[in-house]
Design a binder for this molecule. Structure first.
Ligand SMILES: Cc1cc2nc3c(=O)[nH]c(=O)nc-3n(C[C@H](O)[C@H](O)[C@H](O)COP(=O)(O)OP(=O)(O)OC[C@H]3O[C@@H](n4cnc5c(N)ncnc54)[C@H](O)[C@@H]3O)c2cc1C
Length: 404
């Protein structure tokens, strides 16, 4: 067993890997310490390119990188990528699902939850899948979507809009309907102008929008190819059906409110991966199941009285949207605060990432905004969207994190 003390980062996909890299680059890790970057997955996954990877052949290779020691840390390093799942965490100790250096129970001096979130594939794959399986499933999704005649997308947030954009760009003659609960695309957290620009782009491309209505979730309705062309009813349709018993005219209207699909894509929400902490201290989670952190990003739990446990990325309730922009802000804070906490010096307060959102509609169109100080929320020129994000989906940034 090593005599070095452990700075443990649970989760290596995006927040975890970015933090490990920054800590090493900044050279503030004491001689006495090493990083253990822990993840059971064979790969790091880049959700930002996952929608195009589900539609455009070739992109299935751009959405992941293999997780391997030499790709993460330079040769001769003391830091270790540990391919294992953390099953239990307590004060100064954690338990792995397999042995590491001859034991499953390992101690730590500092620990970071960077366990992210789960979403249906293709947004996030299962941890236990192999790389070949991820690629195969993406290729299958590309084929299923290409073969579908009618696609229904449920949810008009950034993900649903982007998916509609990817499909209609690759398959301009496909019938696509997007259903969204809100009266406009996105929601009240976003500028109205952004919603309007995206609505205009989707309509121009031929996507049918059903706004201010909601689908009825049947138990077997999941993302993917449907065995038979199925009918999806909206809440408005259901109310009308309820009146069918006595009023046959309403039945006709109910049928009009229903949609048929042979491919369904559900783009609603995500689930933070915080069960690990919930098992030990449910009070450490906020209402939306993210991990409560304070202004220094320390986890708020009586389990960790020494203040040496932090959280970052999609699993944390640090201020801002759950996005890679917030991940970068979290990392900047933790790269200062972890060494400070270890040395007993003052930590810095967390500064949230910028308020901004860019939503591509395929590689060559889209809309976005950024908060510009006293000017407030300001629309990006639409010609800039492909340059900023649409063309590359930040894949080059993702790949650049890896050494091999
Ligand atoms: C379609 C889509 C488009 C997006 N577009 C944008 C965008 O344009 N801009 C933007 O800023 N953000 C965007 N995002 C959000 C961005 O992708 C996420 O915020 C970011 O990937 C979160 O990174 P993370 O490391 O916190 O989580 P994840 O990437 O989910 O990584 C978590 C890791 O933790 C591991 N893990 C979980 N539990 C354990 C355990 N018990 N033990 C060990 N390891 C564990 C998992 O295996 C996983 O590898 C988008 C997301 C989606 C889905």
């Amino acid at each position: 067993m090593s005599e070095l003390k452990n700075i443990v980062i649970i989760g290596a996909s995006n927040a975890g890997h970015s933090l490990a890299k920054k800590l090493v680059q900044e050279g503030k890790i004491p001689e006495t310490h090493r990083i253990l970057l822990i993840d059971p997955a064979q790969f790091a996954y880049w959700p930002i390119a996952s929608l195009r990877a589900s539609v455009v052949p070739g992109w299935e290779k751009k959405v992941y990188r293999e997780l391997k020691q030499e790709g993460i840390f330079a040769e001769g390093t003391k830091h270790v990528l540990v391919q294992a799942k953390v099953e239990e965490v307590g004060d100064g100790r954690f338990v792995l699902d397999r042995e590491f250096e001859g034991t499953r129970e390992v101690t730590f001096d500092s620990l970071v939850f960077a366990t992210g979130a789960s979403q249906p594939f293709p947004m996030r794959p299962k941890q236990e899948w192999s790389i070949a399986e991820v690629e195969d499933r993406l290729r299958q999704t590309q084929e299923d979507i290409a073969a579908a005649e009618r696609v229904v997308i449920i949810g008009g947030g950034p993900t649903g809009i982007e998916m509609a954009g990817e499909i209609i760009t690759a398959h301009p003659s496909k019938k696509i309907t997007l259903v969204h609960r809100q009266p406009r695309l996105l929601d009240d957290r976003f500028p109205v102008k952004l919603s309007n620009q995206l609505e205009a782009l989707l309509k121009k491309a031929g996507v049918e929008l059903v706004l201010g209505d909601e689908h009825i979730q049947e138990p077997d309705l999941v993302t993917g190819k449907q065995d038979v062309t199925r009918t999806i009813r909206t809440k408005n349709g259901k109310e009308l059906e309820g009146e069918f018993v006595s009023r046959s005219r309403m039945c006709l209207r109910a049928d009009r409110a229903a949609m048929t699909a042979d491919y369904v894509f559900i783009a609603i929400g995500n689930q933070p991966n915080t069960q690990l902490l919930a098992n030990a201290d449910p009070a450490a989670l906020s209402k939306d199941k993210t991990i409560n952190v304070n202004e220094f990003l320390q986890v708020q739990s009586s389990l960790f009285p020494r203040g040496n446990v932090f959280a970052a990325g999609d699993c944390a309730n640090s201020p801002g949207w759950r996005s890679y922009i917030s991940v970068e802000a979290d990392i900047a804070t933790l790269a200062r605060n972890i060494p400070a906490q270890l040395s007993g010096s003052a930590m810095k307060k967390h500064a949230p990432g910028p308020r901004a959102m860019v939503v591509p509609v395929g590689p060559a169109a889209g809309a976005g905004f950024a908060a510009m100080g006293p000017l407030g929320d300001t629309a990006l020129p639409q010609f800039a969207v492909p340059i900023v994000k649409g063309k590359d989906l930040f894949v080059s940034k993702f790949f650049a994190r890896f050494l091999t």
